[in-house]
Write a protein that binds this ligand. Structure first.
Ligand SMILES: Nc1ncnc2c1ncn2[C@@H]1O[C@H](COP(=O)(O)OP(=O)(O)OP(=O)(O)O)[C@@H](O)[C@H]1O
Length: 231
C-alpha cells in the first residue's frame, strides 16, 4: 500500500498553487495543515484525479491516477459536496452506490453497514435537509467509503462541526486510518493533532513540514503559527 506523489506542480496563470511536491504515503492518517490558499485543495484534487497536474505523477502501487483501477481504490469527500436535500440518508447512499456500480443488493447492504459506522442508523430515513452540518459530513464520509477505498481524501471535513461532532468524527477517521491511507486537510490544528499519524504542512504551494508529531515535539499549534509568523 504505497501512494507516491512525485514532483507535483500546478500553476494557475501566474500563481503556483502546488510547487514541486513529492511524498510517499502508507497506511495511516495524514493531517494536511495550511492557511487558506496554501494549495491544499489543489493538491487533493490532483491526488483524486479531478485536476491534472502540470507536471509530476501520482501512482498507487504503481497504478497511475488517471486509470480506472486507481479510481476504484479512491474515496473522496470534496469541500462543497452536493447533497440532495429531499433524499433520505439511505436513499442518497443507495443512489451513490448505483453510480459507483454496486448492485441493488450490494448497495442496500453497504448503505446499512456505513450508516452504522457513521452513527446515522437512526436518521437513515430522515430527509437530508433535516440533517445538521455534522450529520451531513458523516453522510459524506459514508458515501466516500461505498467502494471500500484504500485511499480516502477528505477536504476540510470538520468545517462547521461542533465540538461533540468533532470528537465523533475523529473516532471514525482513526478507525478507517488503521487499514487505509487517509488524508484530511484543515486549517485547524486541533482537528488533527490527536489523530494524524503524520502531520503535513503546506505554505505557498510547498510542503514545509512532514513528520510524526508527538507531545515531546512541543506544541503543534505554536509550531504551526511560527511558520506563518512573517505573514
Ligand atoms: N481555478 C483557479 N484559478 C486561479 N487560481 C486558483 C484557482 N484555484 C485555486 N487558485 C489559487 O491557488 C492557490 C491555492 O488554492 P487552494 O484552493 O488549493 O488552497 P487551499 O489551501 O485549499 O485554500 P482553502 O483552504 O481556502 O481552500 C490560491 O492562491 C488560490 O487563489
Amino acid at each position: 500500500m504505497e501512494l507516491i506523489l512525485d514532483r507535483l506542480t500546478k500553476q494557475y496563470h501566474n500563481k503556483i498553487a502546488v510547487d514541486c511536491i513529492s511524498l510517499n504515503l502508507h497506511k495511516g492518517v495524514y493531517g494536511l495543515l495550511g492557511a487558506n490558499g496554501a494549495g491544499k485543495t489543489t493538491l487533493m484534487r490532483i491526488i483524486c484525479g479531478v485536476l491534472k497536474a502540470d507536471s509530476g505523477t501520482v501512482t498507487y502501487d504503481g497504478v497511475d491516477v488517471s486509470s480506472e483501477a486507481y479510481r476504484a481504490k479512491l474515496g473522496y469527500l470534496p469541500q462543497d459536496f452536493g447533497y440532495y436535500p429531499d433524499f433520505t440518508g439511505m436513499d442518497f447512499l443507495i443512489y451513490m452506490a448505483a453510480l459507483k456500480g454496486l448492485t441493488k443488493i450490494q448497495a442496500k447492504r453497504k448503505a446499512n453497514e456505513l450508516l452504522e459506522l457513521v452513527s446515522l442508523k437512526e436518521e437513515a430515513h430522515k430527509k437530508i435537509k433535516k440533517y445538521s452540518g455534522g450529520m451531513k459530513q458523516r453522510l459524506g464520509i459514508a458515501q466516500a467509503l461505498l467502494n471500500n477505498p484504500q485511499i480516502l481524501i477528505l477536504d476540510e471535513p470538520t468545517a462547521g462541526l461542533d465540538p461533540k461532532e468533532r470528537v465523533r468524527f475523529r473516532n471514525i477517521i482513526a478507525k478507517i486510518g488503521k487499514e487505509n491511507i487517509v488524508i484530511l486537510s484543515t486549517h485547524i490544528v486541533s482537528d488533527i493533532e490527536h489523530i494524524a499519524d503524520t502531520v503535513l504542512m503546506m505554505k505557498d504551494g510547498r510542503l514545509i513540514y512532514q513528520g510524526k508529531w508527538q507531545e515531546k515535539s512541543g506544541d503543534l499549534e505554536e509550531f504551526y503559527l511560527k511558520q506563518f509568523e512573517e505573514d
